[in-house]
Design a protein around this ligand. Structure first.
Ligand SMILES: [Zn+2]
Ligand SMILES: [Zn+2]
Length: 340
């Protein structure tokens, strides 16, 4: 089989032929249908301070079970699934959070940028019939906004400002709308995304300049109750704390890899709640699958391009430098390389 391999910091990602995996007891072999490129894949294989482990890549995937090992219950060949990024033990204190990434014995599962993966059933969520692999691979990133709103204790009726227009921003908009936000205003650098952001549930899309910022409170009828920071660049948390209303909540989803200063005295004066939610619980993951199945939006509007595996290293390099600007990029590992 062919798979993308991360060789370590500063090294290019390579596409290699490796041995076909075989499922052991309690494991299943899955064929990857689609896997999305995550901002964290770009940030954590670049020159930032945080790095992924050397090896296979890709955690936003959906595919089909093609073989089950001994002792696997509940799944059989032909089942269509979306994958969780980690397998949990189910019994430790971390598992009680419901978030598989906090399991003290978590087995991290990456490899969506490859033809096949071997996973335990505990890391698989069945796809509703109406969802394609493209939809299924969007469940992972799109669940982050739901978790953030639950983490913030949102109850509906809030005015929301979303800073950014990437996948985390789309997730924030989609879930804020689904959970009954009053007004949702988005700050986006790229005007061409506005129609998709509106379809996801935004009421207005503004730019980043002074005039636009001055219009945020006007559009919302006051300062926002909740601000999502979904850019991950220095200065964005300060902007978020400036915009949020007194006693409002700032949710950091941008995962900036560097210090991003806020002025504590200013934040104290407003009594800002500044929160750093991480990923989601399994219940929330399943809720996103049901929400997609409910059909309010067509999830594929968030996908800009679907590419073959061979194009992944070049695409990641271009996205990282900003030379390429597009929506979510999906890899289809079974797609033939485009002739050059
Ligand atoms: Zn991701
Ligand atoms: Zn555990």
């Amino acid at each position: 089989m062919r798979a993308a391999i991360y060789q370590g910091a500063g090294q290019p990602i390579s596409i290699e032929t490796i041995a076909d995996p075989t499922p052991g007891p309690g494991e299943m072999l899955v064929r990857v249908g689609r896997c999305g490129i995550c901002g964290s894949d770009l940030a954590m294989t670049g020159d930032g301070p945080l790095h992924l482990p050397v090896g296979r890549l890709g955690h936003e995937w959906a595919g089909e079970v093609i073989e089950v090992g001994r002792d696997v219950e509940g799944f059989r060949p032909g089942d269509r699934i979306a994958g969780l990024p980690a397998a949990r033990c189910g019994t430790c204190d971390g598992c009680r959070t419901g978030n598989p990434l906090f399991c003290e014995h978590a087995r991290y599962l990456v490899g969506g940028f490859g033809e096949f993966m071997v996973i335990p059933p505990v890391a698989a969520v069945r796809l509703p019939q109406s969802l394609s692999f493209t939809d299924g691979a969007l469940i992972e990133p799109m669940t982050c906004g739901l978790h953030a709103l639950n983490f913030a204790g949102a109850r509906g009726g809030e005015n929301v400002l979303v800073i950014g227009a990437g996948a985390m921003a789309m997730s924030a908009i989609f879930w804020a709308r689904n959970l009954g936000a009053a007004q949702i205003v988005v700050l986006s650098r790229s005007a061409h995304r506005a129609d998709v952001l509106m379809e996801l549930g935004a009421d207005a899309v503004l730019g980043f300049d002074e005039d636009d910022r001055a219009r945020i409170a006007e559009k919302l009828g006051g300062h926002p109750d909740i601000v999502f920071e979904c850019v991950g660049k220095q200065g964005m948390l300060a902007l978020a704390t400036e915009q949020v209303r007194p006693q409002g909540t700032v949710l950091s989803l941008g995962m900036c890899q560097h210090g991003d200063p806020v002025v504590p005295a200013f934040c104290t004066h407003k009594e800002v709640r500044l929160l750093f939610p991480r990923a989601y619980t399994i219940d929330e993951f399943e809720a996103t699958a049901r929400a997609f199945d409910g059909g309010r939006i067509r999830p594929e509007i968030m996908v800009g391009e679907t590419i073959p595996l061979d194009d992944l290293p070049g695409m990641m390099a271009a996205l990282r430098t900003g030379a390429k600007k597009t929506f979510k990029v999906h890899v289809d590992p079974s797609m033939a390389p485009k002739s050059k």
